[in-house]
Design a protein around this ligand. Structure first.
Ligand code: NAD
Length: 365
């Protein structure tokens, strides 16, 4: 069993532990669906003297310039990299561009936050981790749900042992759309559930299988089911779909003592803990038989204070740049999730064959 733990000292901390009030400048690259949320949060936090926004598309740049008039906009990524005041670059471009843009930003000695998933292969992700170490820069990945209060609560409840021994987790993330052009539904949506489940269980799956089908774009699956096999028989099912009439964001965790349901679409009371379980008693009249009793106890709803996860993620990135601390969702965390997705893709190509998850070693050049 591999316990997920930080294995690196953070060289980025060298000589940079004293916290500064504000960064010189921070840049967001990619102003499509998701990037403007980063720009908004950066302005709300007021963490940098300047915010720079970059996109190839003129209309998208104009919209940001209109909404946030004191944002510097550019179509040239090179200009972002050449700007000596830019200390952090947030990459919110299509997945296929992540590796190349992150590599160039790290080589320009910028700290980098890459939206999920970190890269399109474990080899690329490992290279980014190594490069960030060499350059002594922060590398963080946008696993947004790891900054969400209900998800952190779920993790803490599992860690406290309240649910007992964990048997399985089951997650559904479905909606009508948004169909993507460059990655399949697993790389777009299951990436969230994988990051949540890995963090919550604190373990890596050993093997993965994945089934899926593409109905609209050849080779880009729009519905998929992943099965993650963890040590000691713990199993996780992840169902993702862009073709569902309902928006579903639900994770169930079943333990030997209690069961938990996390529903991210619920306006409040996102987590419910069910005091339900199966008890097994030896039935002595017929030795060797078992008798089951079913417990139907109370439902507990923990109080959860929520803040926009992206804001917390944004603040964390800025803090890590200022102090050199290792991000909670660092490059290694991105590498682990990409390794699971990579194994799932291999399984999918082979009709759902059970496939070993291999996380490449990070080697410095
Ligand atoms: N963390 C989350 O919850 C979350 C949610 C949605 C999307 N995302 C991630 O955000 C990223 C972007 O997704 P999206 O839905 O906003 O995509 P999108 O296609 O709507 O936007 C991407 C933008 O990047 C721009 N772009 C592409 N190449 C560029 C380049 N070389 N230089 C400058 N701009 C360039 C495009 O013009 C476009 O405006 C993806 O990695 C996605 O997985 C994360």
């Amino acid at each position: 069993m591999e316990i997920i733990a930080e294995t690196f000292n953070n060289p980025a901390a060298n000589g940079r532990t004293a916290e500064r009030a504000r960064l010189g400048a921070i840049a967001v690259v990619g102003l499509g669906y998701w990037g403007p949320n980063w720009v908004r949060n950066l302005h709300q936090i007021g963490c940098a003297e300047r915010v720079v926004a970059c996109d190839l598309d003129a209309e998208r740049r104009d919209r940001i310039a209109h909404l946030y008039p004191n944002t510097g906009v550019t179509s040239h990524f090179d200009r972002v990299l050449a700007d000596p005041e830019v200390e952090g670059v947030i990459i919110a471009t299509p997945v296929g561009t992540h590796y190349e843009m992150a590599r160039r930003a790290l080589e320009a000695d910028k700290s980098v936050l890459v939206e999920k998933p970190l890269a399109t292969s474990p080899a690329e992700a490992a290279e980014l981790v190594a490069l960030a170490r060499e350059r002594e820069r922060v590398l963080m990945v946008g696993h947004t749900f790891e900054y969400s209060a209900p998800v952190l609560k779920l993790r803490d409840i599992i860690a406290s042992g309240e649910l007992g021994e964990i048997f399985y987790a089951s997650s559904t993330r479905a909606n009508l759309g948004l169909l993507q052009h460059d990655v399949n539904v697993a790389w777009d949506l299951a990436v969230h559930d994988i990051s949540i489940i890995l963090m919550a269980l604190g373990q890596m799956p050993e093997r993965v299988s994945c089934h899926g089908e593409s109905h609209y774009r050849r080779g880009i699956e729009d519905v998929a089911l992943l099965t993650l096999h963890f040590p000691r028989g713990v199993i996780a099912f992840i169902h993702v779909s862009w073709l569902d009439p309902n928006k579903i964001r639900r994770t169930t965790v079943v333990g030997s003592r209690k069961m938990l349901v996390y529903d991210d679409t619920a306006p409040q009371e996102k987590i419910r803990i069910y005091d339900k379980r199966v008890d097994v008693q030896r039935y002595y009249d017929t030795f060797g038989d078992f008798q089951y009793s079913y417990r139907y106890g109370d439902i507990q709803i923990p109080r959860i204070e929520e803040t926009e996860p992206l804001r917390l993620e944004c603040e964390h990135f800025v803090d890590c740049i200022k102090t050199g601390a290792i991000p909670r969702t660092d490059g290694l965390s991105g590498l682990r999730v990409v390794s699971v997705l990579h194994a799932a893709s291999a399984s999918l190509r082979e009709g759902g064959r059970l496939t070993q998850v291999e996380v490449p070693r990070v080697s410095l050049r």
